[in-house]
Design a protein around this ligand. Structure first.
Ligand code: FES
Ligand SMILES: [Fe+2]
Length: 451
C-alpha cells in the first residue's frame, strides 16, 4: 500500500493526500463560509481556567465579530458561565477589556441596564415604560449563554447549542496529552502576534516540521524526517531518528561537530533554550548539561535517553517541581511532538511544559489574523509568575521577541503572497510529513460544505 492509499482518497473538493487545490485558499467565498459554518460551530480554547481565580473574574474571548465573557460566579469548580458580551437593550458591547473582575454587576454605560455576573438582567431604568410590551420578561432579557467545557487547563467554548460535547470533539487528544498534565502548567509568557496573513497560512507553517531543515538552520543542522498522522480532525507530527554527526554553532559562533551523543542532545536543546524560550526550560537544559559532562563518548542512544530521563527527574526534585504521575518515556514517545487540535490550536508538550498556539482570523480582513503564543512551564505552588499578554502588531514589531519563530515569518509572508499568484495551482502536500496540514483542509472543507 502506498503512502497515499494509506491515508485515503480524494474528497468531493478534490483534496487528495498529496494535493490541496489552490481554490481552497483563493476562493473568495471561503472567508464567508468560515465565518458562517466553521467558527460558530466549533470548539475553541477561550481562556486558561487559572485566569478565573476569584468570584467575578472574567476573560473576554473574541472571535470574528463575537465577544464572549467567561466568568467565575462562585467558589465551586463548575461555578463558571459563558455568555455574549452585548447589552440586550441597544447592543452596546458591555466589557471592552480582555480580562479582569466584574465586581457584583455589569452596568451598561449607555442607558444603565444592569446584569449580575451570571448574565441575568437585574435592573432596567424606567422599566414600567415597557409595560404591556411582548417578551419583556426578566428571563428573556439576560445575556445569551454560550456552552463551555474544560480540558487541558483551558475553558473551551462553542457557540452552537447543538454541538457535540467537547470530549467527543477532542477525540484522542486527552489520552495522548493528559500524561503531561497540561492543566497544571502555567504560562511563562504569552505573546500575541497580529500577522498580515491568512490564518490558515500561518497555522500550516506550524503544523509540520518538513520545513525545519532549510528554515531553522542558523544554529544547527537538523537532519531528521518528521512523519505525521491524522487522528480524526486532529493531526500530529513527530521526529524520526536524527542522523549523526550533529553540526551546530558553538558559543563562539563557529560551526562544530558534536563529539558525543551527549553533546548532540545538549546542542539540540540549547538552540530552543537560546532562541525559542519554550519547550526546553531550565530543568531539561540543566539535565542535558549534566548529561553532556558525564556521559562517555561511546554511550548508546538508549543509554543516553534513559540517563537524561533520570537527570530530568532529579532536576525537577531539586526545584521542588511535581513530576506528572503518568508521564513515562512511553507516554512521551506515544504523544509525538506537535498536535494540531482542529481547527485553530497547536500544542507541543514536553517534560518541562509546552509551546501552545491559537490562531484566529481577523474580523473583516482575510489577509490578517492573530496568533497567540504561550510558553508554559511548571512551577512550585504559589511561585507561578504573573504574566501579562504582550501584543505585537505586524512582523516588524515582533522582531527580537523570539529568534526561532522569527525564522518562520518570512516564509509565512511569502507563502501568503505566493498562493495568490496564478501560476500556483495547489499545495503538493508531502504525504508522509504534511499529513496534519492536509487533514486540516479535509476537515475544514467538510465543515464549510455542511449546511
Ligand atoms: S445599550 Fe445598554 S443600556 Fe442601552
Ligand atoms: Fe518553524
Amino acid at each position: 500500500m502506498s503512502a497515499i492509499e494509506a491515508i485515503g482518497g480524494a474528497t468531493a473538493d478534490g483534496i487528495r493526500p498529496d494535493w490541496i487545490p489552490a481554490e481552497e485558499y483563493r476562493d473568495p467565498n471561503v472567508p464567508t463560509l468560515e465565518r458562517e459554518r466553521l467558527w460558530p460551530r466549533v470548539w475553541q480554547m477561550a481562556c486558561r481556567e487559572s485566569q478565573l481565580q476569584r468570584v467575578g473574574d472574567f476573560a473576554n474571548y473574541e472571535i470574528l465579530h463575537d465577544s464572549i465573557l467567561i466568568v467565575r460566579t462562585g467558589t465551586g469548580p463548575d461555578d463558571i458561565v459563558a455568555f455574549y458580551n452585548v447589552c440586550q437593550h441597544r447592543g452596546r458591547k458591555l466589557v471592552q477589556e480582555y480580562s479582569g473582575n466584574l465586581g457584583a454587576r455589569i452596568s451598561c454605560r449607555f442607558h444603565g441596564w444592569q446584569y449580575n455576573i451570571r448574565g441575568e438582567c437585574v435592573h432596567v431604568p424606567f422599566r414600567a415604560d415597557w409595560n404591556g410590551c411582548p417578551g419583556f420578561e426578566t428571563a428573556s432579557l439576560g445575556l445569551p449563554a454560550v456552552q463551555w467545557g474544560r480540558w487541558g487547563g483551558w475553558i473551551w467554548i462553542n457557540q452552537d447549542d447543538k454541538a457535540e460535547p467537547l470530549s467527543r470533539h477532542l477525540g484522542v487528544i486527552p489520552e495522548m496529552l493528559d500524561p503531561f498534565e497540561p492543566q497544571n502548567m502555567r504560562p511563562l509568557w504569552w505573546k500575541t502576534l497580529n500577522a498580515p496573513v491568512n490564518w490558515k497560512v500561518v497555522i500550516e507553517a506550524f503544523n509540520e516540521s518538513y520545513h525545519a531543515i532549510p528554515t531553522h538552520n542558523s544554529r544547527i543542522v537538523y537532519s531528521m524526517s518528521s512523519p505525521s498522522k491524522a487522528y480524526g480532525r486532529h493531526g500530529v507530527f513527530w521526529f524520526g531518528p536524527p542522523e549523526f554527526p550533529t553540526r551546530y554553532r558553538n558559543e563562539a559562533g563557529e560551526w562544530v561537530i558534536a563529539q558525543s551523543g551527549g553533546e548532540a542532545i545538549w546542542a539540540a536543546h540549547k538552540v530552543l533554550d537560546d532562541m525559542l524560550f519554550a519547550m526546553t526550560l531550565e530543568p531539561t537544559m540543566e539535565a542535558t548539561r549534566r548529561l553532556r559532562a558525564e556521559a562517555p563518548p561511546e554511550a548508546s542512544a538508549e543509554f543516553l535517553m534513559n540517563r537524561l530521563w533520570e537527570l530530568q527527574k532529579d532536576e525537577f526534585a531539586r526545584r521542588g517541581l511535581k513530576w506528572p504521575q503518568a508521564l513515562t518515556m512511553d507516554a512521551v514517545e506515544k504523544a509525538g511532538v506537535s498536535w494540531h487540535i482542529f481547527p485553530n490550536s497547536i500544542v507541543l508538550p514536553t517534560v518541562d511544559g509546552a509551546l501552545w498556539y491559537r490562531f484566529r482570523p481577523h474580523k473583516s480582513d482575510p489577509d490578517r489574523c492573530s496568533v497567540d503564543i504561550w510558553s508554559f512551564g511548571r512551577f512550585p505552588e504559589g511561585q507561578e509568575p504573573t504574566v501579562v499578554n504582550e501584543i505585537f502588531d505586524g512582523f516588524e514589531a515582533f522582531r527580537g521577541q523570539n529568534p526561532f519563530l522569527e525564522e518562520d515569518l518570512p516564509n509565512i509572508q511569502a507563502a501568503n503572497e505566493g498562493m495568490k499568484i496564478r501560476g500556483w495551482k495547489g499545495a503538493r502536500t508531502n504525504p508522509v510529513q504534511e499529513v496534519a496540514v492536509n487533514n486540516f483542509h479535509r476537515h475544514l472543507s467538510e465543515f464549510l460544505s455542511r449546511r
